[in-house]
Write a protein that binds this ligand. Structure first.
Ligand code: HPA
Length: 249
């Protein structure tokens, strides 16, 4: 395999630990200057192209959002030759258009995380970077994702603001009410620092958000309790179209 033979890298989130349809898979475990990724990077063939898949939380979901080595994950994909990254993120819905089982391709984000290593210039002596991040997701890749969804016949909401929270606990109703006032449509725990690091690494990066539940107090029943079973069942149902979308992409 030549280093730039990977057409697309897919990073899977909660409930998405493998990429259906990936064939002739080889597992790689690159060691990067930032350490080791969450698990093996599985490189295989999908729709005749080389595609890489990495489970962000590890294949057994053993790494919580605040402990993920986001730098190593993205650097590992880049070392293997990836230039385009599609991030699959399981989220809660805040805005009306973002109910459970909706797929969305957000175009903005707000970072509420804290204490995570969020830049490549963490270590003394590294070059100080001030990358442009006005549009946090690569517009050209977003356009390709939307086009791929149309081609594959998969319903996908265009746009929305992703609010990245620290987790691993879910949010309070007051936190979600504040996020709504801030303009957030979606809430998840892994959107940052991943998107910022991708920009620093020079990777194209877009998010495919999978709405697993109404965020706390945001749905028609404000007292609904969010359970892991509901989250996983909704991710399962909403993910049915993802292999076709990725193949089209
Ligand atoms: N909040 C934060 N992250 C999430 C949620 C949520 O409600 N659902 C799935 N990931």
């Amino acid at each position: 395999m030549t280093p730039d033979s990977i057409e697309l890298a897919v990073v899977g989130g909660t409930g998405l630990y493998a990429l259906a349809g990936l064939q002739d898979v080889e597992a790689h475990q690159p060691v990067t200057r930032y350490g080791t990724p969450s698990g093996p990077v599985r490189v295989g063939t999908l729709a005749g192209r080389r595609v890489a898949f990495l489970a962000r939380h590890g294949e057994g979901h053993s790494v919580p959002p605040h402990r993920i080595n986001y730098r190593a994950n993205l650097a590992a994909l880049q070392m293997l030759g990836a230039r385009r990254v599609l991030a699959l993120n399981t989220v809660g819905g805040i805005g009306e258009r973002f109910g459970p089982r909706v797929l969305a391709c957000p175009d903005q984000l707000i970072d509420y995380t804290w204490g995570r290593i969020s830049t490549l210039c963490e270590e003394p002596g590294t070059e100080v970077l001030h990358v442009d991040f006005g549009d946090p997701y690569t517009p050209a890749l977003r356009a390709q994702v939307l086009e791929a969804a149309r081609t594959a016949g998969v319903a996908l909401v265009d746009g929305g603001c992703y609010g990245a929270t620290q987790g691993p606990r879910l949010e309070t109703k007051a936190e979600i009410a504040r996020m709504r006032r801030d303009g957030c449509d979606l809430v998840g725990m892994t959107g940052m620092p991943e998107a910022g690091l991708a920009r620093e690494l020079g990777l194209e990066y877009a998010c495919l958000a999978i709405v697993a539940n109404w965020a706390a107090g945001a749905g028609p029943d404000p007292d609904e309790v969010i359970t892991l079973e509901d989250v996983l069942a909704n991710v399962d149902a909403a993910s049915a179209g993802i292999p076709a979308l990725v193949a089209a992409l």
